[in-house]
Design a protein around this ligand. Structure first.
Ligand code: OOG
Ligand code: MG
Length: 238
């Protein structure tokens, strides 16, 4: 069953066509959903993609409230999802993309952070109306679609209360603080170890989760995130 559900989620992502909440409908629990996620990402790896890291999701109350799911989740990142800072993300095959400001860590082989950067994540639920239960979103690789990382910097002492700004076409869309991310985004390092368990590879990225609610990403928009002290990161949607 898990390979059939993975195949349907994969097809939804490739075709850009939303599907119903097939995972919760099948009575799958969160552990079963992670097995589906693994099978889903294995399909991408079989097509030649390479793992580049891990994302955490729903690490802030703003995000939990936005999607109505209140557990921290994780997903897998691949090279096909990476978009250069200042580059263009192709949204033509996405269903209803949203974008959110994040903090990213660069990991060493022990899972420790060697650098930090401001980041943007594009999420795109494969479920109709962006509605899902916990098991659905886990199986859907935690809505991962694309990500952009700004310039890496050494990890400063205080990361726990930095201002976060999300701008769309030069207008403020969201404001928040890194405190929204598990109280301190550095907690994402332990959370990733506990949740994902998979030993990281040196050079992997960890997305700590969005500091604010996500906003819709329209074709043509230029989106920029600013994290106080860490700098800025931007991406255009085509
Ligand atoms: C789930 C993914 C959440 C985050 O940063 O909180 C996430 C979703 O909102 O669809 O990536
Ligand atoms: Mg995110």
């Amino acid at each position: 069953m898990s390979s059939e559900l993975a195949e349907r989620l994969d097809a939804a992502a490739r075709d850009g066509v939303a599907i119903p909440q097939i995972v919760s409908a099948a009575g799958v629990d969160p552990d079963g959903a992670y097995a589906i996620q693994e099978a889903l990402v294995a399909r991408r790896l079989a097509r030649g993609e390479r793992l580049t890291g891990v994302k955490l999701g729903l690490t802030s109350r703003a995000k939990m409230a936005q999607v109505g799911v209140d557990s921290v989740i994780w997903g897998r990142l691949t090279d096909a999802m990476a978009v250069a800072d200042g580059g263009t993300v192709d949204t033509s095959s996405l269903i209803h993309p949203r974008i959110e400001p994040e903090v990213a860590f660069l990991l060493d082989a022990s899972g420790a952070a060697v650098a930090v950067a401001p980041a943007l994540e594009v999420i795109d639920s494969r479920y109709a109306d962006f509605r899902f239960s916990l098991a659905d979103v886990i199986a859907d690789n935690s809505s991962a679609a694309a990500y952009t990382i700004g310039a890496w910097k050494p990890v400063p002492d205080g990361l726990d209360n930095l201002g976060v700004l999300l701008e769309v076409d030069g207008r403020v869309a969201q404001i928040g603080s890194t405190a929204a991310i598990l109280g301190d985004p550095r907690r994402a390092l332990a959370a990733a170890r506990d949740l994902a368990g998979t030993p990281p590879e040196a050079g992997w990225v960890l997305l700590a989760g969005a500091a604010t609610a996500a906003v819709p990403l329209a074709k043509g928009a230029y989106v920029r995130a600013v994290v106080e002290g860490l700098g800025t990161v931007g991406v255009r949607a085509s």
